[in-house]
Write a protein that binds this ligand. Structure first.
Ligand SMILES: O=C(O)CCC(=O)C(=O)O
Length: 290
């Protein structure tokens, strides 16, 4: 395994709950991600509603409500690793994954992957949530890696995080009997006063603890903001529910080896709702909280 982090960076990750990694992928890999996304964006012009099929028979390509042939707003591609060699290669081979292996490895499995894209002027936003509330595991050693397919700026809807909240509680994502995939407005008022926007050049990545509170606002610029998002887990962290973005590659050991061990930590939460629509954007649309 290649060590890419020194001890001070490892300590900073566990203190803040996130980490920025520059040059997480090569320029050639970046070009491949861009090329395939542009092809899918172009294809989306000829669709008026979510389309394609994932392993669990949900639409693979999800469209924003303001999508049109003239201004396509393809906001989500579920499991692009199954339909693109470029995305599969990045999922398996990237510098951020070496950092993940140092933080929660040495043995690491792939959990799931998706693209979140905010086209200029589209309504797409991500409400405040914690990833773990969508995917309970026997322990919480999971890291989400968000690869910047475009440059991410303050104007184009960057990821916003609340540093240190991975050490706090798991907040309810069910409200009045509805799984909204988001925290309540009370928790937002209490916890999300001081946020950090994670910006940087295309090709970089943000590593995020699965318990960290995060969200992102709409893209107010004239440039797209596309992220390729991969989730990884310690190999001894076993899923307690079906994967909400299943793929042929879930559970693949991407660093280290298979040990056949399970490790449990102590926590409590309500199981999430398994989405029936194309993505969690539909679930989050059921609430008006930011
Ligand atoms: O697209 C973003 O800005 C954040 C992505 C995210 O939090 C998610 O998809 O769970």
């Amino acid at each position: 395994m290649t060590d890419v982090l020194d001890q001070s960076q490892i300590d900073a990750y566990w203190k803040q709950g996130y980490m920025f990694v520059e040059n997480a992928i090569t320029p050639e890999q970046l070009q491949g991600l861009r090329r395939d996304y542009e092809t899918w964006l172009d294809e989306s012009r000829s669709h008026g509603e979510p389309y394609g099929r994932t392993l669990d028979n949900r639409p693979r390509f999800d469209l924003e409500v303001d999508h049109s042939p003239e201004r396509p707003a393809l906001r989500r591609v579920a499991s692009p690793v199954e339909i693109s060699d470029a995305y599969l290669d990045v999922m398996r081979n990237n510098r951020a994954l070496d950092a993940v292996a140092q933080l929660i490895g040495p043995n690491v499995e792939f959990n799931n992957a998706k693209i979140n894209s905010k086209q200029p002027g589209s309504a797409t936003e991500v409400k405040w949530h914690q990833d773990f509330l969508f995917q309970p595991h026997s322990n919480d050693d999971l890291i989400t890696v968000l690869f910047f397919v475009d440059e991410v700026t303050l104007e184009n809807g960057p990821l916003e995080v609340v540093a240190g909240t991975h050490k706090g509680p798991l907040y309810d994502h069910w409200h009045d009997g509805v799984f909204t995939g988001a925290i309540s407005s009370e928790v937002i008022a209490e916890q999300c006063g001081e946020t950090t926007s994670v910006t940087g050049p295309a090709g970089s990545a943000c590593l995020m603890n699965t318990r960290l509170l995060h969200g992102s606002a709409a893209n107010l610029s004239d440039r797209s903001r596309t992220l390729f998002i991969g989730e990884y887990r310690a190999e001894d962290s076993k899923p307690l529910q079906v994967n909400h973005i299943p793929s042929l590659y879930m559970g693949e050991v991407v660093r280290g080896e298979r040990t056949n061990r399970v490790r449990c930590s102590s926590y409590e939460m309500e199981f999430p709702e398994i989405p029936t629509g194309a993505s969690f954007f539909g679930q989050q649309a059921t609430v008006s909280t930011p």
